[in-house]
Ligand binder design. Sequence first.
Ligand code: ADP
Ligand code: MG
Length: 347
Amino acid sequence: MSEEQKRTELSSLGEFGLIDRITKDFPLTHESSELGVGDDAAILNYGDKRVVVSTDMLTEGVHFDLRYVPLKHLGYKSVAVNVSDIAAMNAVPKQITVSIGLSSRFSLEACEELYAGIRAACEEYGVDLVGGDTTTSRSGLVISVTVIGEAEENALAKRDGAKEKDIICATGDLGGAYIGLQILEREKEVFLSNPEMQPDLSNYNYVVGRQLKPKARMDIIHELADLGVVPTSMIDISDGLASELLHIASQSNVGISIFEDKLPIDKQTYNTAVEFKIDPITCALNGGEDYELLFTIKQSEYEKLKMHPDIHFIGYTQSKEDGCNLITKQNNVYPLSAQGWNHFNKK
Ligand code: ADP
Ligand code: MG
């Protein structure tokens, strides 16, 4: 052997660095390929309507632990997280395909449980299951869902449309799914060390539910349409608020200020975070998997949304030179950094 082959660890790139690297030499060659890699979904242009497409894969041991995730919930969640990416484009989901890799550990009954959850999500979000693939996996359960949605051209909200002095909005509340995961992990350890102990999750129903059965915020998308509001940019909060804010900022070429005291945090999330000695603000900024929507609106649209009980105005966009900052209750300014889920980085 003469030369040693160069080897670059994926952890040195991070998830987004890797995606950039492997997708950079694929130019879009069709007129219908309007938007490729880099947003919550791709946009295909077939005339009057735009078709949006997104895929997400969930793997056992990384995205879910079957020791505490019921298969039915898993089926529901695997569709919901994909629908969330369509919501993040301000589009409406229509069809899904579902591909599964199964090991011999799974019975027909287990598969039917999984698909009962998938069916519940199809009913809730109004999507048709139109195909998929079934194969063997030697490393546990793998589920990959592709979702196809549609929107009018002028209704689409991408990550790159925010302008300076827009208002930044977040739906629902943040950090709950992360705290719910901490509870499930803690109870798993208790159970593993003493199988007689049955977990009592009654004080943690809300946060555990946020982890096990997240909802895609299609309700917000329909309400925005009813109010005649098209966000200037939008992304769903899957990796954590800070990470998503930085995506909007970099792709829109703007800076951002958000206010600590405006971050929506549920009481149970707050109290449970304190119990775990984790800063609730850190949970809201960096906890993943809330699947809420983060979007920007023109100031002139504020009147239409200001009374909405589930939309929170957390900050504003500014010039890129002013940076991306969190302003604390004491009026201190801290630069935002993304510590969200980055699969190839050690946390
Ligand atoms: P999201 O968190 O919204 O699901 P991701 O962070 O997974 O988005 O992906 C970011 C962008 O990169 C998306 O446009 C996605 O389609 C694209 N992408 C991710 N992985 C790959 C891959 N292996 N090959 C091509 N495109 C990819
Ligand atoms: Mg997304």
